[in-house]
Write a protein that binds this ligand. Structure first.
Ligand code: SF4
Length: 232
């Protein structure tokens, strides 16, 4: 943050991309969404599909980001399937003043979601922001980067816990982790396979056979546009 000549505070973010597409994951999959992807992530998950967001990007002032989002979004619509906005990365909460950006997004009047690895403190994130928290598994290589206190800042019935599974070991670990905490009584829990690594039919059948109260998901945008395309 810095001050301009009039003493006005200027907050800048390094932005990898802003794009308008279809939400590919979570309970809002299939809905139109404007994504703001911030640059930078201190984690290195073995299956990361957004390595291009580790360093590349251009600096933008907060107000210019909001103006860009508003232009793409058009008039705010209401209803359960209305277009919404998501802040993603990289790891957006590793970026200073990310919560200020989320507050400004809420000011647009639409739903706002945040995609985060759960490795950084959720306390400053406004309660009304829908938090999609990716609980990294041992197979990701970043399972130790979890802040357990983040569960205290997740809103029951609103926020979502996501597990991206590499193998059967990840599946069993995630099942035990959820059962220990009873998280599936409070949040939507999403289990998804790492694309090209874990057989989706195996995962779907295990969820059914074990009677788990979780939602199976695949990344819709990769089914539509393929795994390599960015900006969708
Ligand atoms: S937290 Fe997300 S962006 Fe960062 S390395 Fe893991 S998958 Fe990639």
């Amino acid at each position: 943050m810095e001050d301009d000549r009039d003493g006005r505070s200027i907050v800048r973010f390094k932005v990898n991309e802003i794009f308008h597409s279809i939400q590919g994951e979570g309970t809002r999959a299939g809905r139109a969404c404007v994504f703001v992807r911030l640059t930078g992530c201190p984690l290195r998950c073995v299956y990361c599909d957004t390595e291009y967001a580790f360093f590349d990007g251009s600096f933008m002032e907060l107000e210019d980001i909001i103006a860009d989002v508003q232009a793409r979004l058009g008039p705010v619509r209401r209803g359960p399937d209305a277009p919404f906005v998501e802040l993603t990365g990289g790891e957006p909460l590793a970026i200073p003043f990310a919560s200020e950006l989320l507050k400004a997004m809420l000011g647009l009047g639409c739903e706002v979601a945040l995609e985060t690895a759960g490795s950084h403190d959720l306390a400053p994130v406004p309660r009304e922001v829908i938090k999609i928290v990716d609980r990294k598994t041992p197979g990701s290589g970043e399972g130790d980067r979890w802040l357990e206190s983040n569960l205290d800042f997740m809103v029951p019935g609103q926020d979502e816990l996501k597990f991206v599974l590499m193998d059967e070991g990840d599946y069993e670990w995630s099942k035990a982790w959820c059962a220990e905490r009873g998280v599936w009584d409070r949040y939507t829990v999403l289990f998804s396979p790492v694309q090209g690594v874990l057989d989706p039919s195996w995962l779907a059948e295990r969820i059914v056979a074990d009677g788990l109260p979780v939602r199976f998901q695949m990344q819709l945008h990769k089914l539509i546009w393929g795994a390599e395309r960015s900006g969708v």
